[in-house]
Each structure stands twice: as C-alpha cells, then as structure tokens.
Design a protein around this ligand. Structure first.
Ligand code: ACO
Length: 326
C-alpha cells in the first residue's frame, strides 16, 4: 500500500455578504440570537454563480497551490448535496471546465461529511496504486435549498467551495474512519422531486425542495460524534491529543464546538473555527477552513491535525492527517 498526502488546497466563496441584521429584515430573528446560539456573524450567499462555478474557482486555486497541471488528475470527486443538475454530475462539469481530461469524475452525497468521505474514497484508490493524483472538492450553493421564511434553518446555511489535491507520496493521511446511520435520516433532510409519472396515483404529491432540520437532535448527535471520532482516529496510532496541533471540525455551530471540547477535555482554542464569517457551508466547510489555515501559515510541515465531520444521513467521520507541505 502507498501513502497519501495533501499537496495543495484551494477555496472560493461568493462575494455577497449577508449579515444577521440583513436576515432580521425578513424573518423574526436578531443579530444577538444568531451570534449567541450559533457564532455566525455573516455568511456569503451566491447571487449568480451556481455550485459548479464556485467549485471551478476552488479547484483552480488548489491546482495552482499544488503546482500541478489539470491533465495530471486521475480522479476527481465532488462532495455536494446542491448540484446544478441531477445529471450530469458536478464533477463531470468541473472536469470539462478545468481541463482535467484524464480524470474519472463523479459526485458523492454525504452532506456536511462529504469532504471527509471524498478524501477517504480518493485515498483508497491512491493507496492501492490504481491512481496517483486526485482532486477532492466540497462545494455547495446551499442557499437554493433553504426556505428563506424558516428562521430555524435560513440563519445557518451558506455557500462556498473548497478543494484539496491528494497524491501518492509521504504519509499524510495517517488514520481515518467514516460511518453512517440511516436511522437518523429524518433529522436533516431535503426532499427531491416527488414520485410522478403518467401511471402513478402519487402524481399530485407536492413537496418543496427545502432543508428541514431537527436542530436539537443534530446538536446532540454532533456533540456525541466529535469527541468519539477524534478519539477513534487516534487509537493505535501512537499519538495522543497533545500531539495534535489543530482540530478542524465541520463548521456548524460554535456551541457544538464548545461542548465537544469540554467533553474531550481540551482547550477550545485547539479547534479551528471560521463559522463567524461563512456560516455553515455543508460539504465545503472543512476544505474552506483547511485552505484558510494553509494560506495563513497556521500549518507547518510535520504538524498533525484532525478533521472531523457530521451531517445529514446521518453521516460522520474523521481523519488524522500530517501536513507534509513545506
Ligand atoms: N431567531 C430567533 N429565534 C429562533 C431562531 C432564530 N433564527 N431559530 C429558532 N428560534 C427560537 C425557537 O423557535 C425557540 O423558540 P421557543 O422556545 O419559543 O419555541 C427558541 O429559539 C429555542 O429554539 P431551539 O431550537 O431550542 O434553539 P437552540 O438553542 O437548540 O439552537 C440551533 C437552535 C442553532 C439550530 C441548534 O439546535 C443547532 O445548532 N443545531 C445543530 C444544527 C446543525 O448543525 N445543522 C447542520 C448539520 S450538518 C448538515 O448536514 C447540513
């Protein structure tokens, strides 16, 4: 088996900023409530660019950062629950736009855990030697599947894209675990088109494609999963939490992070949080944070960090990673 490392990252968010006060103009909420309950101050909402456009920009930045040409990509995986089309896949559209002519390209659906699932899937192909280079993206225009009159959800979610280039090389991904539990599917969902055809009696069913969420259940699930999976990916590695420089959680809520840190018994400062400025960008949140950290010089060669995610499905997982970039 080969080792796999991250050799480049990139991200992109739409320019348009929406503050909490902007939201309070059309739903019964306040800046104070949103800040105190979620940590969010503002978010980026796309006015014109769809998921593919955001992802293409993140992908191009990641390729530039990795110093590789698009033709070198063997595998292109996009984690998204907000594709532009049912088909073709967002990955195929990106492949064409960036010129990744040799890549096999496909989308995966694991909501906010999508990037972690994508990294893990890509890693398996690289570890076996089947492919050498993979581009993994998390990209969402979540604003298009939000009921903007539902204050329970519209204050949380936002748009963005993040990317990482993976390559066979040094030992970057040290340990990983991904899981799902369909029994919690109803806690967080967005219905697709209803069953309708010329022969079906169900054709009058009307279900809008909006996000529905049982916030309290998701909160409890996240606070349980984050510490559990951080501990699981450390097991049998010889490393302990003290060796970990940063934990990069899916950016859903600062209170979730605070509760998870307390449960783990670690300083909350070990968790990297940028939800204040971007809201919850679902599958994009972890690669967006990782790219921001890389560009700010927060990660030095040899540093260990853990990414940990949870989302609709329910899906969850974590990776223990060594930063191998110089
Ligand atoms: N503004 C003002 N009041 C609000 C708002 C709002 N935006 N939203 C809810 N409220 C009200 C509720 O109606 C409720 O009022 P009531 O007491 O009169 O009934 C009160 O505030 C408290 O509501 P709770 O739901 O108990 O609020 P809570 O403190 O649990 O915070 C929140 C809600 C922020 C949604 C929290 O439960 C949470 O963060 N859950 C996790 C959500 C999450 O992370 N989702 C993404 C998962 S990842 C993915 O796959 C997409």
């Amino acid at each position: 088996m080969y080792n796999v490392e991250i050799i480049g990252t990139g991200s992109y968010v739409p320019e348009h900023r929406v503050s909490n006060d902007d939201l309070a103009k059309f739903v019964d909420t306040s800046d104070q409530w949103i800040r105190e309950r979620t940590g969010i101050i503002e978010r980026r909402i796309s006015l014109e660019e769809n998921t593919t456009e955001l992802a293409v920009k993140a992908a191009q930045r990641a390729l530039e950062d990795a110093h590789i040409a698009p033709e070198e990509i063997d595998l292109l995986i996009v984690a998204t629950v907000t594709p532009d089309y049912f088909f073709p896949s967002t990955a195929c559209l990106i492949q064409q736009r960036i010129g990744a002519v040799k890549a096999v390209s496909f989308d995966i659906s694991a909501a906010c855990t999508g990037f972690i699932f994508g990294l893990s899937i890509a890693g398996q192909f690289l570890k076996t030697g089947m492919y050498r280079t993979a581009l993994v993206l998390g990209a969402e225009v979540f604003s298009k599947i939000i009921d903007w009159e539902d204050r329970n959800t519209c204050v949380l979610f936002a748009d963005g894209a993040g990317a990482a280039v993976l390559r066979r090389g040094a030992e970057g991904i040290i340990s990983e675990l991904i899981r799902s539990d369909g029994s919690g599917a109803g806690h967080l969902e967005c219905p697709a088109v209803p069953l309708q055809n010329k022969f079906s009696a169900c054709s009058t069913e009307k279900r809008p494609s909006y996000t529905l969420m049982n916030g309290r259940e998701v909160f409890k699930f996240a606070v349980r999963i984050i510490p559990e999976y951080i501990e699981k990916v450390l097991t049998n590695t010889g490393y302990t939490l003290e060796d970990i420089k940063y934990i990069i959680p899916h950016q859903a809520n600062t209170r979730i992070v605070a509760a998870a840190a307390k449960k783990l018994g670690v300083d909350q400062a070990k968790f990297y949080v940028n939800i204040q400025y971007y809201g919850n960008t679902s599958g994009a949140s972890i690669p967006l944070a990782l790219d921001e950290m890389s560009r700010q010089g927060l990660l030095q060669k040899g540093d260990l960090f853990i990414i940990v995610g949870f989302g609709a499905g329910l899906t969850y997982g974590a990776q223990l990673i060594r930063w191998t970039k110089g």
